[in-house]
Design a binder for this molecule. Sequence first.
Ligand SMILES: [Zn+2]
Length: 138
Amino acid sequence: MAQQTPRTQIIKRVTLPSGKEVDVVSFVGSSASQAIMPAPQTAPLACCPNCGHDRVQPTGWSEVGSSHWHVNLRCPDCEDRREAIFGQDELDEFDVALDEGTRAVAADLDLLARANMADDIDRFTKALDGGHIMPEDF
Ligand SMILES: [Zn+2]
């Protein structure tokens, strides 16, 4: 007796270049389905499955049904790209990670700007003390 594989229906709305929208129905668990699969819940979306870094970014997304999204992801460190369908809860967690990443980059930028400013002031002070800047320079 053949055992049937459980099948889950996934509906993806695609906008064609003509502007017309069509629903693409695929079945997860069927051997005929080569469509985009729901991502297995293994690691946070921000973590790259290829290199392990936590800077994965979304590059595109579209709504699938009322509670799922088809998301394209890219790792800026190893250029790994993938796409899958994710639930809202997982994407909310990803959104928090993206916000934390944005804050970390902004904090690093602030530190770098302050370090550059301190370096500029130090060089300017040394130039003044060394007599390399004269009133006629202004
Ligand atoms: Zn990576």
